[in-house]
Design a protein around this ligand. Sequence first.
Ligand SMILES: O=C1O[C@H](COP(=O)(O)O)[C@@H](O)[C@H](O)[C@H]1O
Length: 322
Amino acid sequence: MATSTFLSLSCTPQSMLHSKHKSHTRSSTMSLLSPQVGLKNLYHPLRNNVSSPIQLKPRRIHVGGLVKASINNNKNVEVLSKEHLSVSLAKHIADLSNKYIREKGRFTVVLSPGPVKYLRKLVEPPYCDTIDWSKWHIFLVDERVVPKTHVDSNYKLAYDGFISRVPIPALNVYTIDDALPADGAADVYETTVRRLVTSSVISTSPLTGFPKFDLMLLDMGPDGHVASLFPGYPATNENNKWVTYLKNAPKPPPERITFTLPVINASSNIAMVVTGAGKADVVYSALEKPPNADNYLPIQKVSPEGEIKWFLDKGAASRLYS
Ligand SMILES: O=C1O[C@H](COP(=O)(O)O)[C@@H](O)[C@H](O)[C@H]1O
């Protein structure tokens, strides 16, 4: 199926309104991200394919460069400067968007607040011009039960940093009902996802029957939490619901709703974006340390049916090289 692509100088909704009339059909082979004009022309990575982290010496991580590490059973890990992380992430997301829109006519994306700031290259040419934003459907992996205008709202963060900068139809952005308490908001969000599964906007896992999103953009906390699944909290062990809630999160604000682990693990793709030396220990635990069977961190339970790709900066990766 050919992909309809909107060409514009920027990807703001306003520019889309004007450029919409000029939209035309373009085959994916004409993508600005084709191998001929691909990422390698945008920067010059240091490539280092190794099978053991011992071979990765700290001095080989150049700020502005790339070490492609094949750590611990070929986990797909990239260590980049923050600038190049945004570029690599933009290329990854644009490639996935084009693939799923070509194959299924839509692209379902689940956002976590942390990676939003690394989407700044995606919302700029050339990447934004290769994407048919009208086919995107946006969800939040977790949300704080606060008004959407509140500084703690994940939606507000995602809107300010990303959604407002691209022409995704407002109806394709699925937010919580912030007038409801946490339990009601979780139920309504799950109902919304179920409706979209019924109407085939969202696929389901043939293995588990849980909703299968095309891409989840995740990060994790220094305590190993992902989404609002915190170590030792019952929500982390929820195996039936698609969306659950908590009223006592250890990180404020306390009331939250969250996708459950089975939903996260049904994903076709996870991009795990982790930056900062404060997360070096938990990155090490996630990638290198065998989990203690009695005491898994939530991040250690993330194991998608599809692919997981790690985007780390030098700080977050620092313990992988010692
Ligand atoms: O509260 C949240 O935090 C994590 C990221 O942890 P942080 O301590 O680095 O902010 C995030 O994954 C989650 O979606 C968010 O609600």
